[in-house]
Design a binder for this molecule. Structure first.
Ligand SMILES: *[C@@H]1O[C@H](CO)[C@@H](O)[C@H](O)[C@H]1NC(C)=O
Length: 113
């Protein structure tokens, strides 16, 4: 797992939260029980957001620099600090973030269904 500190402000139920986004190497069965490949648009949430898998299969919309990408919550990120998401390379690439990109930036997220 590569940790890339990419800070964002998130909005949900009126709360402003902050934490990094990290890129994770897929190619395993996620905590929700389905296989995740690097090409899938998948998000792993931190332990605090996991809630026993309550959001498995739900889509989350991520916004960063005007680009909006949806990904399905299909995994738990054990190593993620609170308010951190790990996203697959497919999502990382859509935001046009280079692997070495450690620039501090802002984005937002919300559940879309
Ligand atoms: C959920 O996200 C995936 C990946 O971006 C997308 O293909 C799919 O259309 C989304 N589902 C809904 C209902 O928006």
């Amino acid at each position: 797992m590569k940790f890339l500190p990419l800070w964002f402000a998130s909005l949900q139920v009126g709360l402003v939260l902050a934490g990094p986004w990290i890129q994770f190497d897929a190619g395993h069965i996620g905590a929700c029980g389905t296989y995740i490949s690097d090409n899938d648009f998948v998000i792993a949430v931190d332990k605090g957001a996991w809630v026993g898998g309550k959001y498995c299969g739900r889509n989350m919309s991520l916004e960063l620099g005007g680009t909006v990408v949806q990904g399905a919550v299909l995994d738990l990120c054990h190593d993620c600090p609170r308010y951190t998401f790990a996203v697959t390379p497919a999502i990382w690439a859509t935001f046009q973030l280079a692997p070495e990109d450690i620039e501090v930036t802002e984005g937002s997220w919300k559940y879309v269904f």
